[in-house]
Ligand binder design. Structure first.
Ligand code: G6P
Length: 352
């Protein structure tokens, strides 16, 4: 497997690098099949009006992004079920279950599916997995093997697959005009370039920031609105790779408790989504209490600069996760930990 690494120093670096190409392959294969919900017909997915999204770990954050897009673009209510905590079954003939799992082998996801009888769409990177065989339809993430234990390119492709699914569903239900669908397709097609540009822009400052913050034992990650799942995903990278304690939450919740954690110098990573003003209010609450604010966003003065599209797509600041991945990897290497194989974790968790 070392031969597969190319010039990169670890699989995780290679997989972070590979994200724009993996995203472009996926988007190419999905766009032009969204109008009229063609994608759904090809996959054999019924156009249901309520969705249950099931996943664990990083995949569950991609499911949260998908739920938000389903709400805003398709006006389809969707809720995310953490697979290890499935709620009691309630029969509902209008529900479609979508299981997000990179490996397709996560035991909690497979067990959760035993609770319900509705049709299942698997969004997975392994079309030959147990999940894919169990599902009625399969949407292949097609991002190639992901060897680093921490999810990277599978997460970004899950977000884009989930967004495409939401647009296709909305189109199939007649809730979007042809022009609207074309507009979302154009936004999907632009996503890989924004990820690639962020990769170039954010990598050097992320490494500098890692050096700066190497001795910090604990972090807070916040965002608002569409940025929240990316703050949670970025925080998970830091926990699992760099073994740092991280509190990650919607910024509006700070004042209900976690604000008490802030002391002089506490690093707070703030992921900007539009509109910025609400996050700016929370940022002031933190800096007046001594927080060291680290901003992730499109402005020139951002600490971790990203290349964001002029109009934020309904899936929010996806490119921000690229900057956060760089930061987590940089800190991990600086601390001398194994980026690809963090302690206590497995790539695919086949026990409940
Ligand atoms: C493991 C991996 C995580 C992943 C989670 C869900 O814990 O280390 O990176 O997010 O499983 O995996 P799945 O294959 O179902 O997406």
């Amino acid at each position: 497997p070392l031969a597969d690494m190319g010039d990169a120093e670890d699989f995780t670096a290679r997989e972070i690098d590979d994200q724009p190409a993996a995203a472009a392959r996926l988007v190419d294969s999905l766009s032009e099949r969204l109008a009229g919900g063609l994608l759904l017909r090809e996959l054999g997915v019924p156009a249901r009006t309520r969705l249950r999204l099931v996943a664990c770990g990083s995949s569950s954050y991609a499911a949260h992004v998908t739920a938000a897009v389903l709400g805003s673009v398709a006006r389809i209510p969707a809720h995310v079920v953490v697979a290890s905590e499935p709620p009691p079954p309630v029969e509902d003939p209008d529900v479609l279950t979508v299981a997000f799992s990179q490996s397709g082998e996560t035991a909690d996801v497979l067990t959760a599916l035993e609770h319900w009888t509705d049709p299942v769409l698997a969004v997975t990177n392994n079309p030959r997995s147990t999940l894919a065989r169990r599902a009625d339809s399969v949407l292949d993430l097609a991002c190639g093997p992901e060897r680093g234990v921490a999810a990277t390119k599978s997460f970004t492709n899950q977000v884009l697959a989930g967004a495409a699914l939401a647009v296709a569903l909305a189109a199939a239900l007649g809730r979007l005009s042809t022009e609207d669908v074309a507009g979302f397709e154009a936004q999907l097609r632009a996503a890989p370039e924004h990820m690639a540009a962020t990769h170039r822009l954010a990598a050097p400052p992320a490494d500098r920031l890692a050096r700066d913050l190497a001795d910090e034992p604990a972090f807070i990650y916040v965002s608002r609105g569409a940025g929240v799942p990316y703050a949670l995903e970025g925080a998970l990278k830091l926990k699992e790779l760099a073994y740092r304690w991280v509190e990650a939450l919607p910024a509006g919740e700070l004042k209900h408790g976690p604000l008490a954690l802030i002391q002089e110098g506490t690093p707070v990573i703030a992921v900007q989504a539009r509109p910025h003003d609400r996050l700016a209010v929370n940022a002031r609450e933190m800096t007046t209490r001594g927080a060291r604010l680290i901003t992730v966003g499109p402005g020139e003065d951002a600490d971790l600069p990203v290349k964001a599209p002029a109009v934020e797509p309904p899936w929010g600041p996806l490119e921000s996760v690229v900057a956060l991945q760089h930061f987590a990897r940089g800190l991990t290497r600086l601390l001398g930990y194994d980026v690809d194989r963090p302690r206590n974790l497995a790539k695919s968790v086949t026990v409940e």
